[in-house]
Design a protein around this ligand. Structure first.
Ligand code: NDP
Length: 478
């Protein structure tokens, strides 16, 4: 098989086996991401296999794959189109119960290796499937691709890591965080480390605070089965937003090779912790009935499948510190929420004022801000300039750019990494544990009701007093 790997190289996967062939993730994200990747001509000669429970069949699977490949034709190159036809024609489905000893290992033996096992299964089923696999049962070249959530506490993530490492080496374990799709990662790393204008400024001497927001307009959308047990802190902050924080704050790696990038990312997350008492440095809230995009949204507690007593938060905000010489004293505010009035997915780096502004300037006292938007990918810089009219008056202007959108879907980027055996864009085991170590004290404080559960109407801007639309909100815990 041939894969475009950039500079990384690694094991080239011959067979991608998707466990959970009939599932939601597979249909909505994985197969479309894969089809776009194959259509781009960057993955050729791959065999696609699916597996799942008795409710599914070769016919249904082949139809699912074929429809997805057909939909990807419009973006495909000529070579990619031929590959899409081939992959749909030859894909295979096997019925199996992954939690039964030997069933999965026996299936892998029949497939052309190296095989990537994609666990698109409920987390408890993935865990059980790995527990019943014996050391030595899988060829050493097998890749294990684990979906989020990877554990639910630091302890459970440690346990899961121990289970996986019995089976294959760490570099063959891909813990997926699709926010690490290459576009986002390399946009942040390139922006920070390739620009003299910015590279020296990412320190506590120059940066006043960093905020990372992931406000969604979408409400629960029938996903209570997953979301009600997770909430905004586990769903977004523990995983995706901490990875973005790591990229924004890590030291420059010597190379973009897997080990250098992931060592530096892990190192900065090891220095990250809640800013003092979670009672003062975290907030949580849940939406009540309201309207989103003109549609009525029911009270979260009344949504189908929700257990109100779980007190699941749909909006979470935490202030963190990074206890190292580069970042000591700077607040990092991470917030994620659902059913908010305005979608806002961005990181905002607020710079400190200049050490002395010549006396005589009038006008704005707005700080310089760099904003990095995640989907659509944008970049903007808020600056003070001498505006028209009175020359002594400063105006605040914004230089804004829309970045080229990547040609691959986020799961296409993830799969490109998997198929080329390059784990740079997956979360390393120790880092997955660190991310739980950071949020565990918050989960404990919230479970003990140390922090109240505020409310906000769906479609609004968050609870009164939260300043969710104001980037100059004062962090609470520092
Ligand atoms: P679904 O419930 O939609 O699908 C689960 C799949 O697992 C089904 O195909 C089911 O097959 C199969 N399955 C369950 N038990 C077994 C078993 N014992 N042996 C073989 N197959 C089994 O889940 P999702 O697709 O939503 O989620 C999958 C994973 O992806 C989860 O870890 C989730 O957290 C993660 N994820 C999901 C996202 C999403 O948008 N859906 C987004 C990001 C991550 P059958 O029903 O035919 O038995």
């Amino acid at each position: 098989m041939s894969i475009e790997t950039g500079q990384h190289g690694g094991t080239h996967v011959s067979t991608l086996l998707i466990l959970g062939a009939s599932g939601d993730l597979t249909g909505r994200l994985l197969l479309p991401g894969l089809a776009r990747l194959i259509g781009s001509g960057r993955a050729t000669g791959l065999h696609l296999a699916g597996a799942g429970g008795p409710g599914y069949s070769q016919e249904k699977w082949q139809q699912r794959v074929t429809e997805t490949c057909e939909a990807a034709m419009e973006h495909a190159t000529e070579e990619g189109k031929a590959e899409l036809v081939k992959i749909a024609a030859h894909t295979s489905f096997t019925e199996l119960d992954v939690t039964k000893p030997n069933e999965l290992a026996n299936l892998v033996k029949t497939l052309d290796g190296p095989v990537a096992l994609y666990f698109a299964l409920p987390p408890a089923v993935s865990q059980k499937a790995c527990e019943v696999l014996e050391p030595g049962q899988l060829p050493e070249t097998t890749l294990l691709v684990m979906e989020k959530p990877f554990g639910s506490t630091q302890k459970s993530a440690q346990g899961l890591n121990r289970t996986l490492i019995r089976l294959v080496p760490e570099e063959n374990i891909h813990r997926v965080d699709h926010f690490l799709g290459k576009g986002t990662v390399f946009n942040i790393l390139g922006l920070r480390f390739a620009n003299r204008l910015l590279e020296p400024l990412f320190t506590s001497e120059h940066v006043e605070k960093i905020e990372i927001f992931y406000d969604e307009e979408l409400a629960l959308e029938d996903r209570a089965g997953y979301y009600d047990g997770a909430g905004a802190l586990r769903d977004m902050i523990q995983s995706h937003l901490l990875q973005i924080l790591g990229l924004l704050t890590m030291n420059a790696p010597a190379t973009l090779k897997e080990r250098d990038v992931r060592d530096h990312l892990g190192s900065v997350l090891r220095a990250t912790a809640v800013a003092g008492d979670p009672k003062k440095s975290t907030r949580r809230a849940r939406y009540t009935a309201g309207t989103s995009k003109g549609r009525p949204v029911p009270d979260y507690a009344a949504e189908k499948g929700v257990e109100p007593a779980l007190k699941t938060e749909t909006l979470a905000e935490v202030t963190l510190n990074i206890n190292n010489s580069r970042w000591a004293g700077v607040p990092f505010i991470l917030r994620a929420g659902k059913a908010l009035g305005t979608a806002r997915k961005e990181a905002i780096i607020t710079f400190r004022p200049v050490s002395h502004l010549p006396t005589g300037f009038k006008g704005t006292d707005e700080p310089t801000k760099l904003r990095i938007g995640f989907g659509p990918d944008t970049l903007s810089l808020d600056l003070d300039v001498n505006g028209p009219g009175d020359l002594y008056t400063l105006d605040h202007v914004t230089l804004a750019a829309e970045l080229n959108s990547p040609d691959l879907l986020p799961y296409g980027e993830v799969l490109l990494g998997v198929l080329s055996g390059d784990p740079t864009l997956s979360v390393r085991g120790d880092t997955a544990e660190e991310c739980w170590r950071i949020v565990d004290p918050i989960l404990t404080a919230w479970a003990d009701d140390v922090v109240g559960l505020d409310e906000y109407p769906a479609g609004g801007n968050g609870p009164a007093g939260w300043d969710t639309n104001c980037t100059s909100s004062t962090p609470t815990g520092v």
